[in-house]
Design a protein around this ligand. Structure first.
Ligand SMILES: [Zn+2]
Length: 262
């Protein structure tokens, strides 16, 4: 998760346990947008076997279903499932196992990816293969609920959500840029998985093209600081979102916030 950053540095921010494992979140986002109810990413779900989960040790009491119900919605009220990319920790919860069938968790929703990313997820390279699991991906297409977003620069997904495509982590990952109240929020997915990753050298070892990630981070962070955007973190165990500030050493986080503070 920390790429080439030495443990003596990252261990202060995200202390490892005796097995060298750190705690991360899989923080999805539910957006009420006019008469649409849009879910951004779905976590890793619960349909893999024990061996798989032993590698990642999911823990805690939260589940996608519980969190959505706690907000007063049923799963079948979600109209859109926006998948930033199809790595298992982002799309696993989109499909559930029912007996021997794999079916969409959200029966009434359109599921959104894009053509380029779908192509690379269904024909994965050897390095990414372990992240693109067939059982998470193919049933989306078989259900007839798959749709593709356009891939123009800053494609409009809705009136309040634009899509920023980035290519360093994986082909054509989609980052939603969301207008919320008077704020603009960048959902960072795996471009900047935690607030520590704002710092330029913090690029995950998972990334396909780390130098592209660096360029994309630099460009987007500069725009974000100029425009006073907030960053929203999917994998940060503690920090939901933050403001940015320009310092002599480069762009750093400002205030660490919760969405409920906005
Ligand atoms: Zn991830």
């Amino acid at each position: 998760m920390h790429g080439v950053v030495p443990k003596s540095m990252w261990n202060k921010v995200n202390p490892a346990d005796e097995n060298n494992m750190c705690t991360w979140s899989m923080r999805c986002l539910l957006i009420e947008d006019g008469n649409r109810l849009i879910l951004i990413d779905t976590g890793m779900g619960n349909k893999q076997d024990e061996k798989f989960f032993s590698f990642f040790q999911p823990h805690g009491e939260d589940s996608l279903e519980k969190s959505i119900r706690a907000l007063g919605y049923e799963l079948n009220e979600v109209t859109d499932v926006f998948l930033t990319h199809l790595h298992f920790d982002h799309c696993g919860g989109a499909i559930v196992r029912h007996g021997d069938q794999l079916i969409p968790t959200f029966s009434q929703a359109r599921y959104w990816s894009n053509q380029q990313h779908w192509q690379s997820a269904t024909h994965p390279n050897a390095r990414e293969k372990a992240s693109f699991l067939k059982e998470n991906i193919l049933p989306i297409e078989q259900s007839g609920q798959l749709s593709f977003c356009g891939t123009m620069d800053r494609e409009e997904f809705t009136d309040t959500i634009q899509i920023q495509l980035v290519n360093g982590h994986t082909d054509s990952m989609m980052l939603p840029i969301i207008r919320y109240k008077e704020h603009t929020l960048l959902y960072c997915a795996d471009l900047i998985p935690s607030h520590a990753h704002i710092s330029m050298p913090w690029v995950m070892a998972y990334d396909m093209r780390p130098l592209d990630t660096l360029n994309e981070k630099e460009r987007l962070l500069q725009e974000a600081v100029n425009q006073n955007w907030l960053l929203y973190f999917e994998h940060d165990r503690n920090v939901e979102c933050c403001t940015l500030q320009q310092t002599e050493k480069g762009i750093r986080y400002g205030e660490l916030l919760k969405l409920s503070d906005l």
